[in-house]
Ligand binder design. Structure first.
Ligand code: IPM
Ligand code: MG
Length: 356
């Protein structure tokens, strides 16, 4: 069980320390090796995804990833910016299936900005296609505008595209995931405007023929955004493309009140995976010891479940997280009056203690 540990930037190293501590406390023969990525990769090796880091990620069975990005790297040319590390890992490792659960822990019902009755008991799973769409489509760039009223001016352009096989494989992931849940899939598209997403809708419907036991509904992305804040509990599994999934998963995360609680998994065709918290590097609070490590700890649990098939250890971590919440321990992002405010390290220590 070889794990590549990529802490990254900002709060990445702090939260990763706690996740590693929890993994070590399980008493399993993990082999963990750390490498730099993102701004830290650029600072050490001149590239956000150094060759040595990519090699380690390729050799490992799973990657545990912190977060990347920091103000000081914002002015670098696009190819050298920290975000390229995560995009490069997704592409190079073929991590096409991104699973982003949005679960509201009952103890945190008050942390959501939505009314408790709208979100209490929320448990939805967003499945985002991760290696296609306008994120990776070519051609792209800035060129001279070839026609129309702005002819001759510069224009920026990207290409939205999905191959049939790309849609089929993510649809299978969604229907299979739904079979382990409430057997309902909502496929989110923009078929009323975009050719790419009419095609998406047709292919998802075709794959659905193999899953008569799962209910399929199609929904336009604008309506899905509205339903997510109006009646989010109506959803079970949402499946969508890379761009829409990026946006909707942030909205879904906020339903739960704290993005600091949400793990994610990005899987290839053989369940090799990269696991990371859904939140970013939060450079404004980096180094202060106040970041919430639970999303990273819960990402480690997802890794145990999906890549290593050790569900009982994943359950152990998840139960420990529930226990520390029940004990009233809260990092500042989820703090409410009447609970006990703790820092990153104390929260990690409490999860380790609750494992026993
Ligand atoms: C995410 C992030 C990334 C994305 C960025 C950092 C490239 O927003 O994982 O959702 O857009 O996919
Ligand atoms: Mg995003």
């Amino acid at each position: 069980m070889k794990i590549a540990i990529l802490p990254g930037d900002g709060i990445g190293p702090e939260i990763m320390n706690e996740a590693v501590k929890v993994l070590e406390a399980l008493g399993e023969p993990f082999e963990m090796e750390t490498a730099q990525v993102g701004g830290a990769g650029y600072a050490a090796h001149g590239h956000p995804l150094p060759d040595s880091t990519l090699k380690l990620a390729n050799e490992a069975d799973a990657v545990l990833f912190g977060a990347v990005g920091d103000y000081q790297y914002d002015r670098l040319e696009r190819a050298l910016r920290p975000e390229q590390a995560i995009l490069g890992l997704r592409r190079e490792l073929g991590l096409f299936a991104n699973l982003r659960p949005a679960i509201l822990y009952p103890e945190l019902a008050g942390a959501s900005t939505l009314k408790p009755e709208v979100v209490s008991g929320l448990d939805i799973l967003i499945i985002r296609e991760l290696t296609g769409d306008i994120y990776f489509g070519k051609p792209r760039g800035v060129r001279e505008c070839p026609d129309g009223p702005f002819k001759g001016q510069r224009e920026g352009f990207d290409t939205m595209r999905y191959a049939e096989g790309e849609i089929r494989r993510i649809a299978h992931v969604a229907f299979q995931a739904a079979r382990k849940r409430d057997r309902r899939v909502t496929s989110v598209d923009k078929a009323n405007v975009l050719e790419t997403f009419q095609f998406w809708r047709d292919i998802v419907s075709d794959v659905h023929k193999e899953y008569a036991d799962v209910e399929l509904e199609h929904m336009y992305v604008d309506n899905a955004a509205m339903q997510l804040v109006r009646a989010p509990k109506k959803f079970d599994v949402l499946v969508t493309g890379n761009m829409f999934g990026d946006i909707l998963s942030d909205a879904a995360a906020m339903l739960t009140g704290s993005i600091g609680m949400l793990p994610s998994a990005s899987l290839d065709a053989n369940n090799k995976g990269l696991y990371e918290p859904s939140h970013g590097s939060a450079p404004d609070i980096a180094g202060k010891g106040v970041a919430n490590p639970l999303a990273t700890i819960l990402s480690a649990a997802m890794m145990l479940r999906f890549t290593f098939g050790r569900s009982e250890q994943a359950d152990r971590i998840e139960a420990a997280v529930k226990r520390v919440l029940a004990q009233g321990l809260r990092t500042p992002d989820i703090y409410e009056a009447g609970t006990s405010k703790v820092g990153t390290r104390e929260m990690g220590d409490a999860v380790v203690a609750a494992l026993q």
